[in-house]
Design a binder for this molecule. Sequence first.
Ligand code: ZN
Length: 465
Amino acid sequence: MGKDDNFSEWYNDIVEKANLSDKRYPIKGMNVWTPYGWKIMRYVDDLIRKELDATGHDEVCFPLMIPETEFKKEKEHIKGFDSEVYWVTHAGLNELDVRLVIRPTSETAMYPMFSLWVRSHTDLPLKIYQLVNTFRYETKQTRSFIRVREIHFFESHTCHATEKDAQEQVEEDLVILEKIMERLCIPYSLMVRTEWDKFPGAYYTVGLDTAMPNGRMLQIGSIHHYRTNFSIPYNITYEDTDGEHKNVHQTTYGMSERLVGAMIGVHGDDKGLILPPPVAPVQVVIIPILSKGNADAVIKKAAAIERTLKDSGIRAKLDLRDERPGSKFFDWEIKGVPLRLEIGMRDIDNNVVTFARRDSGEKGTISSDDIVPGVEMILELIRKNMYDKAWKIQKENVVSVDSVKDLPERTLRFGWCGSEECGHRFEDENDLKLLGTPYIKEGFEGKCIVCGRHTDKVAYASRSM
Ligand code: ZN
């Protein structure tokens, strides 16, 4: 199945063949993480933890259920989530007086506690995060990692003394984002979402989008500045140096298992998955090439190389299955292992190991004496090549247009006067989603694509996934 011919079918096929997720679980949209898929997710989680810990965030874990009374405190928030939350109405045989929401996100779980935790300006900034599953009742067609009802989720929540401090947090989030995406080799654009598309209750939302091979943009995360929109209803205040009580300014940052979906979509090819080395469960697979009379010597050498690589912290796997080498190559290519090593008698005689890169298909040899630095260098070259290539595609996917005639299936860039009326008309008449206006301002002079008025505002749109 070709990736370029039918992305949807290709995607579903890869998820199944690489055995990343099992969707036969008897609740639609709640899929089982298989060992291979879960390992990838855990390496992604590890990267997130590392960057959050390094920037002074503390990990917490909040309860899954939220009382309806807390959930309803922020009016816009409840409006935004009303139709997509799961409710717990009974405990044992008793009907509950106060129904419980299964968290769709954790603002309303955390903020009643924040109002107890934050007392003084010395408690600020408060920076916490958690990696948990959230639940949303999706009514559109579900798709592994991209649109599911139980979502593996990362969320950070911060409280600050001033709006400026909260804005600085948004900037820090963008630095964290860049570090994580470099490892996952996922390019992204930063779009300030429209007023009607921002997170319910937010002052503004920055959407993080990555281009899929079918030209559509996949939202892979978001950063929100709340100002005091939540701290007022949840009464999160601090005593300032002047003895005055003030509401905190808040931000949140969220990403999910869509990162796995994005990696599949951005990097995979017709042979299968291609995993970025930092999150590949198997970074190097070693295939012994056996011929008559030398099997023992080759297996011994291959095992020694596996041990050496493992001892250096490289995730290596020796494939000793009783299969032909070609069939082993095929299996590991589907699973996206970034680097394959082949060892035969001729390699041993020449004191080398043959390698094949999954990203470029390039082949060569590494001296057996330099196996660890050699493999580390190639893994880093693969990572860099994957990231550069993905960025190139992300940029090439953007097309500037000045009329709505014959719009290509790509990310569209055009003038927009900024009015809601023109925004809605553009979305409805062209069946497109306005991604918003660039977070990092772009110079623009032109006309609104809908009303023709002069504007210096540029907007982006694409068909949504
Ligand atoms: Zn207009």
